[in-house]
Design a protein around this ligand. Structure first.
Ligand code: PTJ
Length: 243
């Protein structure tokens, strides 16, 4: 039992939820270590959405709204942390939602799809095929889903698939607290923010942006700027850590 007045209540509750989802088979055991890495970077960025992250979130909304076939690709951690937020973002953006896993089993795919449905997500299913040029199981996807999407939101992505998706000509939006990761550097747009903070901001911007604002944001996409700003924020915090 975690007392509500514990100074790290939110973080501890999130861990507890991830651990419960790992025991149930929704989150992979490896997903727990991925979360720990994310937490460490979240400390460095101050566990808040920085101004440059907010700009990248508004830009992500513009990209999703202007896409022909927008898609959100969901893995175990994303479903466990933010199923409700995925549902809200799907409603705001009109994106398809598909489950694609690194540690893939049919059983896990089904459990994650059910968890998403329970939170109101309209999950895109249908026949999965090994369509991406990858030797691991993230090669599996649906022809009318991820394979044909032009703009893809990939929270907690792995660098390999990110590179392949960009190579296929897709606009790839990653959410990754680690601005040094291969994913962060390869994506068309990286949001350096915690997933459950980032998704509501994107959904909110979907409801706010005019077509002119969308066009302006899309014209000025600069992934290097978002990463450099995240690193600058972290460096600044580190250099004042003991003040
Ligand atoms: O469910 P599966 O089988 O598809 O597996 C999913 C994981 C997450 C295990 C898999 O995609 C993986 O191994 O991911 P990586 O390569 O560890 O990358 C995860 C990245 O997400 C790391 O750079 C973390 O810093 C970052 N991250 C972790 N938690 C969060 C996060 N970024 C934003 N918000 C978080 N909550």
């Amino acid at each position: 039992m975690i007392p509500k007045d514990h100074p790290r209540y939110h973080s501890l509750m999130t861990r507890e939820r991830l651990a419960a989802c790992a025991k149930a088979g929704i989150v992979s055991w490896e997903g727990l270590t991925a979360h720990g890495r994310g937490e460490a970077f979240d400390y460095l960025i101050g566990e808040r959405t920085t101004p440059s992250a907010l700009l990248s979130e508004r830009t992500a909304a513009a990209l999703l709204l202007s896409a022909r076939n927008p898609l959100i690709s969901v893995n175990g951690n994303t479903a466990a942390l933010a199923a409700g937020e995925i549902s809200d973002l799907q409603r705001a953006s009109g994106a398809r939602v598909e489950v694609n896993l690194f540690h893939r089993t049919e059983k896990r795919v089904e459990m994650i799809e059910n968890l998403l449905r329970d939170s109101g997500v309209d999950v895109y299913t249908g026949k999965a095929e090994r369509l991406l040029p990858l030797s691991h199981d993230r090669a599996w996807c649906r022809r009318e889903g991820l394979f044909s999407a032009d703009v893809v939101l990939v929270p907690l992505e792995d660098g390999d698939r990110c590179e392949v998706l960009v190579g296929m000509g897709k606009t790839v939006i990653a959410v990754d607290l680690n601005p040094l990761s291969r994913t962060a550097r390869t994506a068309s747009l990286t949001i350096v923010d915690e997933l459950s903070r980032a998704l509501p901001h994107i959904a909110q911007a979907c409801g706010e942006l005019s077509v002119t604002e969308q066009e302006q944001l899309i014209r000025s996409v600069d992934n290097h700027y978002y990463l450099a700003e995240a690193i600058r924020e972290m460096t600044l915090r580190l250099s004042h850590a003991l003040d």
